[in-house]
Each structure stands twice: as structure tokens, then as C-alpha cells.
Write a protein that binds this ligand. Structure first.
Ligand code: KG4
Ligand code: ZN
Length: 358
């Protein structure tokens, strides 16, 4: 089964062809980073216009690279949400038009579910129950996945997403956009113990994440120590590198600490760490250490599959198409599409011994 995936939820226009849900035949990504860079974040209006310009050539290129004709595909999967409405609509409208013109089955995919499926290409099959930490610029959620297609949020951010925190702190320090890769690079030359930030905890005892207080703590530290943000092409000072390392270290500890604690409770058979922030090597290392202590494997997507792409959408869509799911031509973009469709009793989940394979 060959499925065309289309992704346009934020600032990447992407198309991919995937065979049988696991074999990537092509994956084309047109990034808008250069356009949004000077604004320090994604400008929705510019993003949707750029998607309109790019969607046709990106889909064409996906077919060319895979050496597949349009008549050879079996279905289309498109990101239906969550994301920016103007951006999502470009992909959804294009996918509907193509499905109608070629009489092909169509499914809408939740973008976050797509991130979870980004690990299927380069890892052994996921064993269930699984636990998935999805960390990107827009989302920070820890899911329990009792079986394919079933999701329960066990921890989420109460405010900023982890990637958003990296981006905001980078902006504060004059480091440019997107902040994650820049902070990671500087952190390698900094001392993570130089500034003591504490891991944010919820007053109500829930295991949720919070990153906005951390951003405020960084900003306070900058003010109190008279730290000068980087201006233009200036080389970052050692203090900036130390601050980057300390900030990164507390974000990583918060994410992996919660994942390890909840994995200890729910006993998943596989850990998945995906989304743009999963490119971060300090996060990968700490996740591997946690997985070793738990005695389970942890799967990451390679960097080009960690950030937004359409191969993950095609992979998630294949499972839905194979299960007989179909979207009508009234499929619409849903900016706040949720991915929580099970609310199983904790004990039942802990006792779960059922084994599924993707
Ligand atoms: O998944 P993604 O491409 O888009 C969203 O769905 O949001 O994630 C982009 C986010 C940005 O906030 C970026 O700063 C962050 O992922 N990111 C990183 C790294 N690479 C990208 N954060 C930390 N370390 C990295 N190496
Ligand atoms: Zn994403």
C-alpha cells in the first residue's frame, strides 16, 4: 500500500510517499525558517501564503523522487490539526481536491500522532503499551499508548511548550531563531551547574510540565547579573554558554525525570521521544539513561524525521486507512484537535499484558 502524506500545519510544507507504513520512498520538506527568522517566530499570514506557493511543487517532487505515478498510490493522509488554521487549510484543501480528482481514499491525521509514528522508519517495531514524549515548538505531552491508535495524556505542559521555551530563551539572549539548535551548540561549551534553576513542579501535585517560570528565571538572572545579550555577529560570552547549558539541563531533567517516574508506574514496553526538541542530544542521552534504568528500549526519529515532515503523517495515515477509516470531502482543519481518546483505569493499564505490534 503506497500512501501520500501531506503536512502543512506550521511552517514546513511537506509531502512524502510511504510504502506499507514503514518504507520511506520519498520525503520532501520545504522549510520557511528563512522567512520567519527576522521576526523571531512564525508569522501565520506569511506561513499560509508560502504554503500556497510551495504545495504543488513539493507534492510533485515527492512523486518524482519516489519514481511513482499518481495512479500507483492507494490513499492520501493529510494533517488535519492541531496547527495554524491558514496553514492547515492549504494542505487539507489540496489533499481533498487530489483525493476527489483521483478517486482515492483520504484520512485526516492528528499532527501529534504523526510525531509518534515518526519512529517507525528506523527502529524495530514498537511494542505496546508504549509511552511517548512529544516535544516540539507547539507541544509538550507525555502519552501512554496502550495499543496502536489509543492515546491517553499522562502529563502535559501547563504553559509554554519545551521548544517554545528554547526559542524564547534564545531570543532573550540575542541568539536567533529557532533557538533549540543554537542553545544546544552553546551548551556544549558551557557548565550546566553554573546557574542553579530548579525543576518546576505543580502545586497541585500533578506530574505536568511548566516552562514559562523557567524563562522568567532566565530573564531575572540576565538582569541581576547584568549579562549582555549577543548583538549581531558577536561571539557569545562564556556566561551566555553557561546559562544556555544550565537552562538546557533543567529542561532535560524536567522532561526525562517525569517520563522515568511515570514509566516506572505504567510499565510501558517501549519509550518514544519525538518532535523537534528530540533532535537535542542532551535529551537523547538522558532518555537513553532513563530507558536503561527502566530496562526498556527508547526509540527516536533521526533528526530529519524529528522536525515536521510528511513521512510521519503518511505512516500514521496508513494504519488508519488499513483499519478502514475514511474522511469525507467535508474534512476540515481543526486548530485544536486533541489526541486523547482513552481514559482507561490506571490499574487496568498497569496490569495490561496484551502485546501488539505495528
Ligand atoms: O516539531 P517541530 O519542527 O515543529 C513543531 O511542531 O513545533 O519543532 C520545532 C521546535 C523549535 O522550537 C526548535 O527550537 C526545537 O524544535 N528544536 C530543538 C532542537 N532542534 C529543534 N530544541 C532543542 N534542541 C535542539 N537541537
Ligand atoms: Zn510538529
Amino acid at each position: 500500500m503506497i500512501v501520500l502524506g501531506i503536512e502543512s500545519s506550521c511552517d514546513e510544507t511537506a509531502a512524502a510517499l510511504v510504502r506499507d507504513g514503514r518504507e520511506m520512498m520519498s520525503s520532501v520538506i520545504s522549510s520557511q525558517i528563512e522567512i520567519h527568522k527576522r521576526f523571531g517566530g512564525v508569522v501565520p499570514e506569511l506561513a499560509s501564503r508560502e504554503h500556497l506557493d510551495k504545495i504543488v511543487p513539493v507534492v510533485e517532487e515527492a512523486f518524482e523522487r519516489a519514481r511513482v505515478g499518481k495512479e500507483e498510490i492507494d490513499g492520501i493522509a493529510v494533517t488535519a490539526g492541531p496547527g495554524l488554521v491558514g496553514s492547515l487549510l492549504v494542505g487539507v484543501s489540496y489533499a481533498k481536491a487530489m483525493a476527489f480528482a483521483l478517486s482515492l481514499p483520504l484520512v485526516g491525521v492528528n499532527h501529534i500522532e504523526g510525531h509518534i509514528y515518526s519512529v517507525v522508519f528506523e527502529n524495530p517495531p514498537v511494542e505496546y503499551p508504549a509511552m511517548a514524549l512529544i516535544v516540539s515548538g507547539g507541544h509538550t505531552n507525555l502519552f501512554l499508548v496502550p495499543e496502536p491508535g489509543k492515546y491517553r495524556v499522562v502529563a502535559r505542559t501547563r504553559d509554554d511548550a519545551a521548544g517554545e521555551a528554547f526559542d524564547k530563551v534564545a531570543k532573550l539572549l540575542g541568539l536567533g531563531y529557532p533557538g533549540g539548535p543554537i542553545i544546544e551548540r552553546l551548551a556544549r561549551e558551557g557548565d550546566p551547574r553554573s546557574v542553579r534553576f530548579s525543576v518546576p513542579r505543580m502545586g497541585d501535585g500533578r506530574p505536568d510540565f511548566s516552562f514559562s517560570g523557567l524563562k522568567t528565571a532566565v530573564s531575572k538572572h540576565v538582569r541581576e547579573t547584568n549579562l549582555h545579550p549577543v548583538v549581531g555577529d558577536e561571539a557569545p560570552s562564556q556566561e551566555i554558554k553557561d546559562l544556555a547549558a544550565s537552562f538546557q539541563s533543567v529542561v532535560v531533567r524536567s522532561l526525562t525525570g517525569t517520563m522515568e517516574r511515570l514509566a516506572g508506574e505504567y510499565r510501558p514496553r517501549t519509550l518514544i521521544v519525538a518532535g523537534g526538541v528530540a533532535c537535542n542530544n542532551a535529551l537523547r542521552e538522558a532518555s537513553r539513561e532513563a530507558a536503561t534504568r527502566l530496562g526498556v528500549p527508547v526509540y527516536f526519529p533521526s533528526p530529519h524525521l524529528s522536525t515536521d515532515n510528511a513521512a510521519m503523517i503518511a505512516a500514521a495515515g496508513t494504519v488508519k486507512l488499513q483499519a478502514g477509516e475514511r474522511a469525507d470531502l467535508d474534512l476540515n482543519a481543526d486548530v485544536s484537535l486533541r489526541l486523547q481518546n482513552v481514559d482507561v483505569e490506571d490499574d487496568a493499564l498497569r496490569r495490561s499484558r496484551v502485546r501488539y505490534r505495528l
